[in-house]
Design a protein. Sequence first.
Length: 74
Amino acid sequence: MKKFVAILAIFTTLFLGAMDLQTASKSELMEIKGVGDKKADAIIEYRKTNTIKSADDLKNIKGFGDSIINNVKN
């Protein structure tokens, strides 16, 4: 059942558009081109003390530049 829910979440994100960076799971974050294990962990760590309201907020995390931010927006 957990696998089904995870798969459903990924497909919902793909079909409905933008991902909520504030609540996305690590595996969902890793679906973004340019975001691997370490960058997903960095987003999750950042969220513990900050709110991510838009992709532009990722600029506050070391290692995130325009390329990755554009991938999130598209």
